[in-house]
Design a protein around this ligand. Structure first.
Ligand SMILES: NC(=O)c1ccc[n+]([C@@H]2O[C@H](COP(=O)([O-])OP(=O)(O)OC[C@H]3O[C@@H](n4cnc5c(N)ncnc54)[C@H](O)[C@@H]3O)[C@@H](O)[C@H]2O)c1
Length: 340
């Protein structure tokens, strides 16, 4: 089978723990090279995987053995690296949030369109088998009209000196940009309807950094359904993990633990059948590796010349929703999402 050869820019962090193992497991992808500013980490990982280790993105991008890049550097570095990768003719999978602002995403899109390369965003929770099954079940109407939903992702993230994620100028935001956007995207994906308006709170309440440590948001989707999104750096997840809840006129789905980096979860789901009897909703727990699935989805689309599964146009929309959420907090009102 033809394989998409990946270069990884920003090889520590999530690339090291999850996505590089996902590339290695993927049947249609290959790890060709890595780049990181941390020389010790670069040397260790290049040796561990037996691949080339580059000290600059420019060197990696000049390598003709690389078809695509996975960018998992801190968010402030994404824009320049995406532009350089596009100019070098490489397809791009960039981690979420793609940029600090929707304007940065728009610049990335222009660069990729001009270069004729594809760009996808790392919303890997869309690849969870329960989330995919739910999207299909809901599209077929088995839960009736979707009335409301909730997606929660919280953890404890204390102040760490020089941490880029805790400085707004480097990250674009805190709990909302880190985990809130994952779950806004997830609700849109499962319910197949985009966010139209948003209200709620993004606050720094507990920890002394200049980004939000908690967001509590109400989003209304185009189809009228309302979802509660809570993301936090100042709480500990309940035993069993974070919560996903979907409420429809004919059924309810509650899953603990499908939100996060593991393909896992404990669902409780029912629907009312034609005779008005309550039936269990069969969700098949055929678990694998979310990052392998994400890489395989991206690679097969690029290799077969189809649009990538999570295009940056959708990532840019989520960024606009996040900006509307910050505006809702600043102005104390409900804000319509502008599509630009
Ligand atoms: N989808 C997910 O599951 C998930 C999970 C965590 C993080 N992320 C995203 O991945 C990205 C990275 O987050 P992280 O938690 O891995 O960060 P991190 O700080 O843990 O790791 C970033 C890595 O990039 C390197 N780096 C720093 N500056 C660089 C530069 N200019 N060029 C190349 N490499 C550079 C660092 O040395 C480090 O190895 C962010 O966009 C984040 O939101 C996604």
């Amino acid at each position: 089978m033809k394989k998409l050869r990946f270069g990884v820019i920003g090889a520590g962090g999530i690339a090291r723990t999850r996505t590089i193992p996902g590339i290695v497991l993927a049947g249609n992808a290959e790890l060709a090279a890595i780049m990181d500013v941390n020389e010790k980490l670069l040397a260790e990982m290049a040796q561990q995987y037996g691949v080339k280790g580059y000290q600059s993105a420019e060197e990696l991008l000049a390598d003709p053995q690389i078809d695509a890049v996975y960018i998992a550097s801190p968010v402030f570095a994404h824009l320049e690296q995406v532009k350089a990768a596009a100019a070098a003719g490489k397809h791009i999978l960039v981690e979420k949030p793609a940029g600090r602002t929707a304007e940065e995403c728009a610049q990335m899109l222009s660069a990729c369109e001009a270069a004729g390369v594809q760009i996808g965003v790392g919303f890997m929770m869309r690849f969870h088998t329960y989330h995919r099954q739910l999207r299909e079940i809901i599209a077929k109407g088995a839960l009736g009209q979707i009335v409301s939903a909730r997606a929660q992702q919280v953890f404890w993230y204390p102040d760490i000196p020089n941490c880029w994620r805790q400085q707004k100028a480097l990250s674009g935001g805190g709990a909302l940009m880190d985990v809130g956007i994952h779950n806004i995207d997830l609700i849109e994906y499962i319910v197949s309807s985009p966010v139209k308006r948003i209200s709620g709170f993004t606050q720094t309440r507990t920890i002394s950094y200049d980004v939000d440590d908690v967001c509590n948001l109400l989003i209304q989707l185009e189809n009228g359904a309302v979802a509660y999104i809570d993301g936090a750096f100042n709480m500990h997840a309940a035993p069993g993990g974070n919560l996903l809840e979907i409420y429809g006129t004919r059924g309810t789905v509650l899953i603990q633990g499908s939100i996060g980096q593991q393909e896992a979860g404990d669902p409780k789901a029912f629907y009312m059948d034609e005779e008005g009897k309550r039936q269990m909703l069969p969700l098949q727990g055929d678990f694998g590796n979310l990052y392998q699935k994400e890489i395989e989805g991206f690679a097969s689309a690029v290799l077969e010349g189809r649009p990538v599964p999570v295009p940056l146009t959708e990532g840019m929309h989520i960024q606009r929703v996040a900006e509307a959420a910050y505006q809702a907090q600043a102005e104390g009102r409900t804000v319509e999402v502008e599509e630009g």
